[in-house]
Structures are given as C-alpha cells and as structure tokens.
Write a protein that binds this ligand. Structure first.
Ligand SMILES: Nc1nc(=O)c2c([nH]1)NC[C@@H]1CN(c3ccc(C(=O)N[C@@H](CCC(=O)O)C(=O)O)cc3)CN21
Ligand SMILES: CC(C)C(=O)C(=O)O
Ligand SMILES: [Mg+2]
Length: 273
C-alpha cells in the first residue's frame, strides 16, 4: 500500500446526477472490472463508475476481439462484480448483436439488470442503434452510448484504429453524438478520437462524455483495469498508462488513477491522438 496517496472521497453518482457532475466540472472516473475482489478494491479507491466491459473477451477470455462475448458471459461477470460492491454506479456492456433490434435489446438488457445488477447498459454506435437506445431509455433502463472506435465494428473498421481524423468523419461523429443524446442516453463513451474533436463533442452535449484515447477535455476518463495494472498481453495502445508503477500496489494504482482523473493530470498529451 502506498500510504502517501490519501483515499479519494467516496461519492455516489446516480443516473440523474450525471449532468450535474458535468455542469460543475467534476471529472468522473471509470474503470473496467470483471470480478468481486477487484470491485471491492475499486469501490474503496474511489472509482465513480465500474464498467463490466465486453473487453473481458480479450483480457479474461484471451480472444483477439470482443465479438464472441455472450449475454450470459456479461451476466456472469456483472453478477460477480455486483456482489463485490454497492457504491459505484454499475455500467454493463451489451455484447455484439445483442441489440440488433429493439426486442432483442430489451431481452438482453433485462437480463443484465435483473440477473447482473446493472444500473445502466452501454451500446456501441448510432444509426439503427438509436432505436434500441430509445427503446431501452423509455423502459426505465438507463443507457450509455459509445462512439469513435467501436470495437464491435472491428471487421468493418479494419482494425482498432483512431476514428474521426478526416473532417467529414469528424462532422458525422458530432452529429451521431447529438443523436445518441437525443435518443435518450445519459452518458457517452468516446474512444480513440482526436482530442480536439472530443473537446468539441463534449462542449456541444448536455450529457457527460467519458474518454479513452480521447484527450483530457472529456467529462471523465475510463481505462481497462488490466492496462492500468500493466498486465495487458501484447501491444499497449497509446492511451494506456501503467499506474501500478507509481501507485506501488493495486489499491495505490487505482487511487492514483482516480486522483489523476479528478485533477486533470491524466491523460497527458502523450496519451492522446
Ligand atoms: N486491454 C484492452 N484495453 C482496451 O482499451 C481495449 C481492450 N482491451 N479491448 C477492447 C477495446 C479494444 N481497444 C483498442 C485496442 C487497440 C488499440 C490500438 O492499438 N490503437 C493504436 C491506434 C492505431 C492508429 O493510429 O489508428 C495505438 O497505437 O494506440 C486501440 C484500442 C480498446 N479496448
Ligand atoms: C474500453 C471500454 C470503454 C469498453 O467498452 C470495454 O472495456 O469493453
Ligand atoms: Mg466495450
């Protein structure tokens, strides 16, 4: 334990308070988590939102992408996380094709909420996904959007690549972000987009943006837990920072991340595109 880092204050973020955090400029910290022990650790370190991400297909299951993750996989891990903690807001990813139409989306999201304990679910993309976002939001299931590099689109995108670099693609992303908010999302993850574009989207929305490889001007930041602890197999994307090195322990690393997000020290220019 690194005793030089004091415990960040433990605050509870509820869905209706999200826009208030944005208005007040209080930066939101989010980390992925897939089991009960780490959930308790993240809770005590002051993480605001826990994401049970479909990245578990890669870091837990050892696959090359997130496409084979099932709703049952997500329920299994969400329920484990749910037993480990009560304070952080629990956000759970909807896996690939589980929201291909409205009825499938409601069935899958219902399982994530009822069996997994999710308080909010995340869907990637816009276009036809906007109908699923609206359908869930109107049925008391809070929704988080996810734009930019959407890993479930990896085969169409041709790899895990930065998005919105061209002017026309940037304009499309701004419009999609507004549509996701209009459809009823209360939160939006922006992944691997240029910092200037993320800043513009953040300023044009009323809902908070959470960035990963999206610069320091988002309303919050998210990282994959394994990346923060330096145990990611293979290549390390540019936005990753190993907080274990400075934190000295798991608890210290997570605290260092929470503090760095709150005071704006993370991400630095070297972590941004
Ligand atoms: N461990 C882990 N961390 C993640 O952040 C993550 C996952 N897994 N799995 C699901 C997706 C996949 N993600 C990724 C994976 C690779 C890059 C990557 O290598 N990016 C290049 C950018 C290449 C370019 O310039 O376009 C980089 O060098 O940062 C980015 C996001 C983010 N998510
Ligand atoms: C990288 C984050 C945003 C995610 O969606 C995941 O971990 O699955
Ligand atoms: Mg995901």
């Amino acid at each position: 334990m690194n005793h030089s880092t004091p415990a960040p204050s433990l605050r509870k973020i509820t869905v209706p308070s999200l826009r208030q955090f944005k208005r007040q400029g209080d930066k939101i910290s989010m980390l992925t988590c897939y089991d009960a022990a780490f959930a308790d650790s993240l809770d005590r370190a002051g993480v605001d939102i826990i994401l049970v991400g479909d990245s578990l297909g890669m870091v837990v299951q050892g696959r090359a992408d997130t496409l084979a993750v099932s709703v049952s996989d997500m329920v299994y891990h969400a329920a484990a996380v749910r037993r480990g903690t009560t304070r952080p807001l629990l956000l759970v990813d909807m896996p690939f094709q589980s929201y291909a139409n409205e009825q499938r989306a409601l069935d899958a999201a219902h399982r994530l909420v009822a069996e997994g304990g999710a308080e909010m679910v995340k869907l990637e993309g816009a276009g036809p996904v906007l109908d699923a976002i609206t359908y869930l939001a109107q049925r008391e299931i809070p929704v988080c959007g996810h734009l930019g590099l959407t890993p479930q689109s990896v085969n169409r995108l041709g790899g895990f690549k930065v998005q919105g670099k061209e002017q026309s693609a940037a304009e499309r992303l701004v419009e999609d972000a507004k549509r996701v908010q209009q459809a009823g999302a209360e939160l939006l993850v922006l992944e691997c987009v240029p910092a200037g574009l993320a800043k513009r989207i953040t300023s044009e929305l009323d809902i908070p943006t959470i960035g990963i490889g999206a610069g320091s001007e988002c309303d919050g930041q998210v990282l994959v837990l394994h990346d923060l602890l330096g145990v990611t197999p293979g290549n390390r994307p540019r936005f990753v920072k190993d907080f274990l090195a400075e934190g000295g322990s798991v608890q210290g690393a997570v605290r260092a991340f929470v503090e760095a997000v709150r005071d704006g020290a993370f991400p630095a220019a070297e972590h941004s595109y």
